[in-house]
Design a protein around this ligand. Sequence first.
Ligand code: J2J
Length: 551
Amino acid sequence: MTDTQQTWSETESARYRAAGHWQGVTFGTRLRRAAAGHGGRVALVDGDRRWTYAELDTEADRVAGGLRGLGIGRGDRVVVQLPNCAEFVFIWFGLQRLGAVPVHAMPGHRNREMGHLVRVAEAVACVVPDRHARFDHRELMHEVWAEQGPGGSLRHVVVVGDPGPDPGFVPFEALRAEPPSTSTSTSGSGSGSDDGGADPGDVALLLLSGGTTGLPKLIPRTHDDYAYNARACAQVCALDSETVYLAVLPIGFNFTFACPGVLGTLMAGGTVVVAPDPSPQTAFALVEREGVTLTSLTPPLVPHWTDEAASGSWDLGSLTLVQVGGARLPEDQARTLGPALGVTVQQVFGMAEGLINLTRLDDPEDLVCATQGRPVSPDDEVLVVDSEGRPVPDGTPGELLTRGPYTLRGYYRAEEHNRTAFTPDGYYRSGDVVRRLPTGHLVVVGRIKDQINRGGEKIAAVEVEEQLLTHPAITAAALVGVPDERWGERSVAFVVCAGAAPGAREVAAHLKERGLAGYKTPDEIVRVPGLPLTAVGKVDKAALAQELLRR
Ligand code: J2J
């Protein structure tokens, strides 16, 4: 494995291999084998375009050839910021074919986040759409590139769509113009051009943490661990070659990509359909047309999907399983979703860091509706501990600590943060407060990390507070999550001001100007004379939230 991050011990690695969790196969080789095994089956559908496994394999080769022509090779990091489209999958596997490492950015990320990702990953390239959701990503990349300066790592920007007048921007279409190189082997030896000579223990991709500190941390995932993540989820969800998965949430989100999502479906020989937007109208039309069997949602989408299904204008007969996760699903919504869509509901409590909990397809309704599932692997180790780190009895809330065959042992290039984010024996401190039932199911009851979960989108309070303080009128700021009907939680900024307080619009404009992703903009600004402090002198966010609820 590359760089300074901690990893699994030799003993643990041997155990995970012996158990069959780590299969020693890179993603580049997996795709080659899939093409050899069932090349004629449809792998991917985007609008009117569809690709078989053999064609997807060829696309990966083509894109790899183009990327290689740019000088990209084994171990190089490439930030991929694309909406849900087939090109995401081509680029992803093209990079795998070279042993290069995609960094999964979200479409909503802006200058601050993208610049940060490029710097931390020392990325050599970024892949962006021309425009998406009324936003020009080429302009964003101009800014990011300019801020990198001549000493920066960034050498290429690949644009899916129109690259614009800048000769430095490479059109995606030019990347794949080269016919696939004839030197590619079909032997699946893992040492040649199937995967650029990558080792199954290498970092295959970097995911983003929801973050509790200034900016998102990068999560290294290896070929072995991430393939197991996808396979273990696929097994619980009973995926097979008949599975048709609809990618509704952002495709680069861990949930959508590998729980079981895109990778789990492709590893089972099924078909992935990408949805351009998460509206039930778009999704239901695709369900009807493509015979979708499985999809995944965050809780804010659930009422819209339930309502639209009730209109009775759709035939959702093919759909059998709908996963909901990323934030707590209200129990009443869990109970109505299944009957409304005629599906089995599955709650998903996951994290990009690793551990995935799923309710099981044959769990009784009460467990499905009132818990967030249990770990997918028999080798997931879960501890629920009190503030002293001592295990608490089942039924008592405590912080969830976890380690296992697909949970990280250290963030990428974050040695100092890693010292507190993990216990000395390698457990990841999730910051989630859970209750464990005797069945092993977990109920998420709260959070001790300073993060707001706005309908599944994670906001690190510190990051927004730092940016609020750059406004000339704001002298102190605290971002707090408060219950919200639509989002589960919304973000409220308590600000102390010198002189006139800026309004919500002005604050939003200021944060946009600072290059912060839009979903991090506070939903509400509340001016206060001062911030209350706890006994140890920290800002008392619980008191602020209480105060707001009282009003
Ligand atoms: C309450 N909180 C939840 C749930 C995640 C699958 C599903 C989700 C994510 C994800 C993911 C929750 N109820 N059902 O990566 O593969 C909160 C917890 C957790 C954090 C992780 C996946 N499901 N959460 O949401 O890395 O606080 O991953 O620690 O974005 O989301 O966030 P993230």
